[in-house]
Structures are given as structure tokens and as C-alpha cells.
Design a protein around this ligand. Sequence first.
Ligand code: HXC
Ligand code: NAP
Length: 295
Amino acid sequence: MSRNDVIHKETCEENYKYIFKPDILRGKVAFITGGGSGICFTITEIFMRHGCDTVIVGRNLERVKQASETLMAATGGRCLPLSVDVRKPQQILDAVDEAMGQFGKIDILVNGAAGNFLCPLDQMSFNAFRTVMEIDAHGTFNVSKVVYDKSMKTNGGVIINITALLHLRGTQMQTHAGSAKAAIEAMTRHMAVEWGMNGVRVMCVAPGPIADTEGMRRLGGGRVNEEYEKSIPIQRLGLRVDIADVCLFLTTRGSELLTGTTIAADGGSWLTGSNNFYQTKKLLSAGHSLSKAKL
Ligand code: HXC
Ligand code: NAP
């Protein structure tokens, strides 16, 4: 989506079923990058439904403002929307200062901001590769460092990096995103080792294909049908709320032994998904578009 496009209005869960006590995050503050849309919007919502104060950041101020209004109306919680490009350290420093001014601390950081598109490696420009590395991998480093320095170093906390499973099998047309997410997974272990003694746990949640998201609209390649869903071991796509519940678990006492690890939250789809670049190349050379090709 270009930043000039009409903003897709996000909606909240109509009938959320609580797994944890509804006040389990009361008194906590979460800073969520990419919280204005998609999976991270729903993570924000579920945290707020459990009493958490939230800060959501993205480049498009209108988008995060609209999201925050929707979230506050649905949950009755607090959500501060700020414009930040995670590639720009000064913008992050200013935003974290503003969040600290308003809430006094940050207990939970979710690094969800990301960019992606389907692109065969031999057609990828230097700038295309760099752009995704900078948003995903550098962005995760930049925001984690600032939040650690300004709050978690003294107060402890939980960092959840939203990654993917693309790099495990060298997923076709995903060299940029897979490389970036692999870097984040490594960074997660480094952070867990160095920041553990300050009471900080750092983990990755790696979603598989998640329904009703920009990621699936961009990468689904028009292939989501019953047959596709049946190819996934649990027989269905993931839902945004599935990912939100996993993230919520990682903020609770039940996950206190978890750090430096990746939770694959994909219903087993990475084990069975098709990844045949030879076949895709044939389809593309026969004139199929990337969005129509059965990948
Ligand atoms: C090839 C492309 C491209 C495409 C952009 N580029 N789109 N190359 N195919 N479809 C190239 C451009 O030509 C340019 O290179 C370079 O990338 C930077 O493009 P910009 O538009 O200048 O970048 P920017 O404005 O910073 O926008 C970043 C973006 C954009 C990633 C390109 O799409 C964006 O803002 N995305 C955010 C939302 C998003 O992607 N959500 C999905 C996340 S899902 P040149 O050489 O021409 O200068 C996800 C799922 C993971 O991550 C796993 C799923 C299973
Ligand atoms: P999405 O709605 O497009 O979310 C991406 C968010 O990142 C947007 O809110 C965007 O807001 C923000 N963002 C992008 N570039 C940014 C930048 N430079 N600085 C700050 N914010 C930026 O996509 P999604 O599909 O829900 O994906 C969310 C996360 O899940 C991503 O990390 C993605 O890689 C991961 N994931 C998704 C799937 C899936 O099936 N959807 C699968 C695996 C992993 P602005 O445009 O306003 O900046």
C-alpha cells in the first residue's frame, strides 16, 4: 500500500473469548510498531482488552490516529498514536520520550513494522533489498535499542519481534523479507543473552499465512481457496487473534522461562506449503502475473 492510498479502516474483534484474566496486563504499557494495521492492530486490541496502556507507531499519522480511536472506542483503554519511521533513529527517540512522558515506562515492545512484496531475486533492485532490510531488521534494532536504553534497562520488560518462517525453506521471491526476518531471529538471541540480566526477555513470534492482512493480500498470489487451506496441517489459515493470543501469553508469568526463542505460529504450514520456483518461473514466462500465479 502506498502512503497516499485511502486508509483501510481496521475493525476490532466482535466476540473475543478471553483465555487469560481480563486484567492480566493492568498497569503495563506496550509500545507497538505497525500497530495501526493488520496483525499488530489486533495485538494492540487484545493487550488493551487485558488492561494494557498502548502506544502505536507507523509512518502514516492519519492511519495510527484512526486506529487508536477505533481501539479506544472498542476497549475503553488508552492508546497513544505517533508517527514514526522505524528507519529514523531521531523519530524513535522523540516518540519514546513522548511515550515515557505520558506513561512513565514501557514494559512490552512489539516490533511488527515491516515491508514486503513478491519479487524474484533476479529482478530485485539494490534499493528494494535495502528498503526491506532497513524497515524490518534495522527497524527492530533501532526501536529495541531506544526502548531498552530509556526504560527496559532499569525496569525490565518483554520484547516480541514479529518475524516469519520464510527463511527456513528459502521461500521463492522472498529473499529480501526472509533475510531480514532471519537477521531479526539472530538479533533476538543476542538481545536475550545481553539483556536477560536486566530482566528483559526477547522472543520472536513467526506467523504463517494470516487471513485478512496486507501480507496475505500482497503475497497470497490469489491462491487462498479451500484446497490451499486444506494443505495446512491444522486445515485453516491463521487469524490475527491467534497471533495476538500467542503474544499475550509471552507477556505472562506462564512464559517466564522463554527467551531468545522463536514461536512458529502457523498451524504447521511451513512444513507443507509449496515452494517450487521452477514451476512459478514457467507460469510467469507463460504470461501469468505474480498476483494470479498459483505459487
Ligand atoms: C519489486 C519493489 C516493489 C515490488 C517496491 N519496490 N515495491 N520492487 N517489486 N512490488 C522497490 C522500489 O522499486 C524501490 O526500489 C524500493 O523497493 C523502495 O521502494 P519505495 O516505494 O521507495 O519504498 P518505501 O516508500 O520505503 O515503501 C516500502 C515498501 C512498501 C516495502 C516498498 O511496499 C511499504 O511501505 N510496505 C509496508 C506495508 C507492507 O509491506 N505490509 C506487508 C507486510 S507483510 P528502486 O530501485 O526502484 O528505487 C509481511 C509478510 C511476511 O511482511 C511473510 C508472509 C508469509
Ligand atoms: P501490515 O498491516 O502492512 O503491517 C505493517 C505495518 O508496518 C503497517 O502498519 C505500516 O504502517 C508499518 N510500517 C511499515 N513500514 C514502516 C516504517 N518504515 N516505519 C514504521 N512503520 C512502518 O501487515 P501485516 O500483514 O499485518 O504484517 C504485520 C507483521 O506480521 C509484519 O512484521 C509481517 O512481516 C508479519 N507477518 C505477516 C504475515 C501475514 O500473513 N500477514 C505472515 C508472517 C509474518 P505505515 O504504512 O503507516 O508505516
